[in-house]
Design a protein around this ligand. Structure first.
Ligand code: URA
Length: 425
């Protein structure tokens, strides 16, 4: 591989030039090996954020990140594979009911998931509230479970796109997370290396999401769809509303409980709607002709959920952790809930202990916010708007203040917005 001076690569991007394939291959590899220093990669990431990248540069950068580690071979799995990735939101527990549902419809769903950081929760944190459940499994266990049960949600192993792990941690502390070429290559390098045949991206838009506006979300979605298709992964994206939390539960154990309600045929209508919309897309992308609504109703998805949890040591019947303290927030006046801001509720749940400030922090499984109302609901003064749950009562006052600011009560019914805002294929 050619040798370059890191400073020349940084200068080239700083001055708005296109990086060559050789420069990209070298800088990603040298950074992963430790031959390019963190301060040099920080400068390059900032130059990329400010100057952008061409589609060809993004594709090469993604390929270099994939090449930094192993690529899983799922050819031993006999069913078509389909995965989903969400860019992260508040109350976004959709992976939990969706994975067993799509598996029960005939696909194999390899869900390599992450932990939460900041105001959005992590799928692994939620599942770890189930007694005995293990997030880490070997590649062999992963493939066996995928074949036998059809559904696996687990932690991505250290061997998958190690360049991304190092670069993402650096971007987190250098104000460069928001660069679309870097977000797209980060997400897609992991998904392509995981070996799925079909991929549905749930790109969230709104206050509780990474992407606050539709135009930026569309740009990210199109970049990722193109990267996936160019690598032979049948990829489509849905742009979905994240201005208000999904469902009523925001936390860990309470989100598992809500997911189980959906699998049992109940649950909040928005969670059911999005689960079915994503399931239909995953099945179509994998070439499977099945009706997920009928399969959900049949109870087959619940059976797959139980098998999936058991396969990783979890007890699906064990009681879920309950927070030591619960306080309620009440309406101060009569009216209609005009807004329930996703970001504010996400921060309140994080303050209660459901999320972490640093990646090594533990989370509190019982902590979180349990909503009692949704936008458009009529309330009377004194009605309970939400519950604040925490193990440590000292966390409640700050969370209460944040949650109180997130709920607006007014006179006019808010105009309803669609959950699915756009589709990019
Ligand atoms: N999620 C990722 O995996 N990478 C990013 O860059 C942003 C969100």
């Amino acid at each position: 591989m050619s040798e370059f001076a890191a400073v020349d690569v940084i200068r080239a991007k700083r001055d708005g030039h296109t990086l060559s394939d050789a420069q990209i291959d070298w800088v990603v590899d040298a950074y992963t090996r430790g031959a390019v220093a963190d301060e040099q990669m920080s400068a390059l990431a900032m130059a990329i954020l400010l100057r952008g990248m061409t589609p060809a540069e993004i594709a090469r950068w993604t390929a270099a990140m994939i090449a930094s580690g192993e690529r899983l071979d799922l050819s031993s799995v006999t069913r078509p594979t389909a995965d989903k990735h969400s860019t992260g939101g508040v109350g976004d527990k959709i992976t939990l009911p969706l994975t067993p549902l799509v598996a029960a419809c005939g696909a194999a769903v390899p869900q390599l998931s992450g932990r939460g950081l900041g105001h959005t929760g992590g799928t692994l944190d939620k599942l770890e509230s189930i007694a005995g459940w293990r997030a880490s499994i070997s590649n062999d266990e992963f493939k066996r479970q995928l074949q036998d049960v059809g559904a696996v949600i687990c932690a991505a192993g250290d061997g998958l796109a190690p360049a991304d792990r190092k670069l993402y941690a650096l971007r987190d502390v250098t104000g460069t997370v928001e660069a679309i070429p870097l977000i797209a290559s980060s997400i897609m390098s992991k998904k392509i290396a995981e070996g799925t045949g079909a991929l549905v991206l749930d790109v969230k838009v709104g206050s509780g999401a990474f992407m606050k506006d539709l135009a930026t979300a569309r740009e990210l979605a199109s970049t990722m769809v193109r990267l996936g298709k160019d690598s032979g992964v049948n990829t489509i994206a849905l742009l979905t509303n994240m201005s208000t939390p999904l469902g009523l539960a925001v936390g860990n154990a309470n989100e598992v409980a809500e997911s189980v309600e959906v699998l049992a045929g109940g649950g909040p209508s928005d969670v059911v709607e999005l689960t079915l919309a994503l399931a239909r897309e995953m099945l179509a992308a994998a070439g499977i002709d099945a009706d997920p609504a009928k399969v959900l109703e049949s109870g087959a998805a619940m059976d797959t959920w139980r098998a999936m949890i058991r396969a990783q040591g979890g007890d699906p019947d064990a009681p879920l952790p309950v927070a030591r303290e619960t306080e309620v927030l009440r309406a101060e006046s009569d009216g209609i809930v005009t807004s329930l801001d996703a970001y504010g509720i996400g921060v309140a749940a994080w303050r209660l202990g459901a999320g972490r400030a640093r990646k090594e922090d533990p989370v509190s499984f019982g902590a979180g916010v349990q909503l009692k109302v949704k936008p458009g609901d009529a309330v009377r003064a004194g009605d309970v708007l939400l519950e604040l749950r925490a193990d440590d009562p000292a966390r409640i006052p700050a969370a209460r203040a944040t949650a109180a600011e997130a709920v607006l009560i007014g006179a006019e019914r808010p105009t309803s917005t669609n959950l699915v805002l756009d589709r990019i294929a």
